[in-house]
Write a protein that binds this ligand. Structure first.
Ligand SMILES: NC(=O)c1ccc[n+]([C@@H]2O[C@H](COP(=O)([O-])OP(=O)(O)OC[C@H]3O[C@@H](n4cnc5c(N)ncnc54)[C@H](O)[C@@H]3O)[C@@H](O)[C@H]2O)c1
Length: 326
């Protein structure tokens, strides 16, 4: 059984990937400093948990010596775009500087396979209807820049040290485990679907729409929602291809379908049967009107096919919303 070190595995996307890795016959080991994630995930999923920081080379060295790690999946990062504008140093430290420490330790310890959580935010303002891997990468905030920097570092580490990587650029990760056992819980929450569900469950007074005069069909922003288990599946498919072919890869991961903010709100009302207050407020700086993925490359090369519809995404997230432990 292959041991996979999942850094940031106590967080949202990491924990769902740990679950799927286990179900797919791998032995995932969570490594997380718990700055954001939840330790009970390891108990619930019955996997080994190591408390440690991404930048702690000594600790990582010990783990690599002891655990015979085949590949590292790296989810750990700070992820709030707005905060990254206010506090860029925090983002460059955690999302770039500490990642170089991890990569250097991997090279020193002879662990040469890396799977990296990147983001649609590396592209900046879209110049095409659907964003494929050839789209220009001109990020407009420190969060997106920090992720693009790591993508570039990975290219150089492959050339110089033979470290192979799979870069996966997610669009809007959403949904939860269908049994509602693990789910999305960011503090503060900034993602659209959990925010709408909090309004539906009465935990939030209303849901705010940031601008309704975008050049889209109903004036609100259009986004591409991809279920967290579809993302998890892409990690396993990408890792397997990298291990088999010993080459670095990169893919954009989305459903390929865009939904406006108003459409998502209506879908939540339909799925939950709840009505709630919707307010339109000022636009936020740096929100592109439309962000939709072209994931044909992942479909063709990995045989990846997103399975979950928007309705299923909302259904699973609603189940979690009603059962959430935090
Ligand atoms: N959520 C999305 O929609 C989305 C979209 C695109 C990309 N991403 C990327 O996916 C990854 C996971 O996102 P998420 O939503 O699961 O975030 P999350 O905050 O739920 O999980 C991140 C985990 O990393 C851990 N962590 C952070 N810094 C650490 C450090 N220095 N050392 C050890 N552990 C550390 C946290 O404790 C947390 O458990 C991130 O890299 C993010 O940039 C997320």
């Amino acid at each position: 059984m292959k041991n996979i070190l999942v850094i940031g595995g106590a967080g949202y996307i990491g924990s769902h990937t740990v679950n799927l890795l286990k179900k797919s016959g791998y032995n995932p080991i969570i490594y997380d400093n718990l700055s954001k994630g939840y330790k009970d995930v390891a108990e619930i999923l019955n996997v080994k948990f190591i408390k440690g920081d991404l930048g702690d080379r000594k600790k990582l060295k010990e783990v690599f010596e002891k655990e015979n790690i085949t590949a590292v999946m790296h989810f750990a990062a700070f992820i709030e775009v707005g905060e990254s504008v206010q506090e860029p140093a925090k983002y460059y430290e955690n999302n770039v500087v500490k990642v170089t420490k991890l990569l250097d330790q991997m090279v020193e310890s002879g662990v040469k396979n890396f799977i990296f959580s990147s983001t649609a935010a590396t592209f900046g303002e879209p110049v095409k209807d659907k964003i494929d891997e050839t789209h220009q990468q001109l990020p407009i905030n420190p969060y997106g820049k920090s992720k693009l920097m790591v993508e570039k570092i990975l290219e150089d580490y492959d050339t110089a040290y033979g470290l192979k990587s799979v870069v996966l650029r997610y669009f809007n990760a959403s949904g939860s485990d269908k049994d509602g056992i693990i789910g999305e819980s960011h503090i503060p929450e900034t993602h659209l679907i959990p925010l709408i569900l909090q309004a539906a469950s009465g935990k939030r007074e209303s849901i705010k729409i940031f601008g309704d005069d975008y050049p889209t069909k109903d004036g609100t922003c259009i986004r591409d929602f991809v279920h967290v288990y579809d993302l998890a599946k892409a990690h396993i498919l990408g890792m397997e291809k990298m291990l088999k072919e010993n080459k670095s890869l990169n893919y954009n991961l989305g459903s390929g379908e865009g939904f406006s903010v108003k459409e998502v709100i209506e879908k939540v009302k339909e799925v939950t049967g709840k009505d709630f207050k919707v307010e339109t407020v000022e636009k936020r700086a740096g929100d592109p009107a439309v962000l939709v993925a072209n994931s044909e490359k992942a479909k063709k090369e990995l045989g990846w096919e997103p399975e979950y519809s928007l309705e299923e995404i909302i259904n699973s997230a609603w189940k979690w919303e009603n059962n959430r432990r935090y």
